[in-house]
Design a protein around this ligand. Sequence first.
Ligand code: C2E
Ligand code: MG
Ligand code: MG
Ligand code: MG
Length: 293
Amino acid sequence: ASKENGRNRYNYFSQDMRTVAKNRMRSINELREAYKEEQFEVYYQPIIDFESGKIVKAEALLRWNHPTRGIVGADEVIPLSEETGLIVDIGNWVFQKGTKQLAEWQQKYEPNFQLSVNTSPIQYYHNDCIVNDWYAYMDTLGVDYTSLVVEITENLMLDLDGKVRAKLDAFRNGGVQLALDDFGTGYSSLAYLKNLKSNYLKIDRSFVSNIVGNDKNLALCLEIIKIAHIFDMQVIAEGIETQEQAWLLSDGGCDFAQGYFYSKPVSAEVFETYLIKQKGDDDHQESRPLLAA
Ligand code: C2E
Ligand code: MG
Ligand code: MG
Ligand code: MG
């Protein structure tokens, strides 16, 4: 009987692994198909300048407009795309779609508006021309390189070998701004901060979410802000969900705000309504805050 069990167990596990492998293949094919069929979309989340209360940037975030499931989030797309290398094409697509939109919004509403685009390490490893290609594309749009913010994660910084480093330097030397995303979740040290010369530090949501009523967590956030300023970086707080969080961070010298308190990531159409309202308020020289605040 025990032999029987053993074989069953073996069969059970191998069956399981086959299912996993099959599902994986299906997901990969589905993603490739989605890309070809143009089922991807770019959503935009406002980034607010604490001082003026105005939306001054948008972060581009990938969405999959799935034929049966509806809008699917980035977390279901990005990891598998990175594993298969599809992220190179998807990343280029998000960049192009986003900067085309940026060009339009700059012309219509706000000439200094900026777009922040996430990048994954694979995009640097497997695309030697990323910098020149992106510059060429912005040239065709007439978009200034300084309007683009490239977000990188701390994990990417661990892999700061010559190749990745050279591309980040090339971006920065051309005027593109760099943002260190999800700060506090990875393994980067103060030496990295000094070394990378990134323009922005984005405090991860996990730090922002528990500053209210917790002195130690608040102190940690405020120290991160101070350190960033020492290294000439401006600070963007991610994942602000309440007015209290916004006040505490603003009082602590944080420069920019992002989070559901202001707006979730939204379609280009919805985002444009924010810009229209903001421009209307400007024209009437009112300074009342635009969104939920
Ligand atoms: P991220 O770059 O850190 O983006 C912020 C994420 O936090 C977004 O999730 C956003 O929807 C979410 N978020 C913003 N404010 C709040 C809040 O107040 N509360 C909560 N609970 N969440 C908030 P999203 O869009 O699902 O993206 C997840 C991650 O996927 C991104 O994290 C980024 O690392 C990656 N990603 C998204 N789009 C792209 C892309 O085009 N290329 C690459 N390489 N990665 C991308
Ligand atoms: Mg990001
Ligand atoms: Mg982040
Ligand atoms: Mg992230």
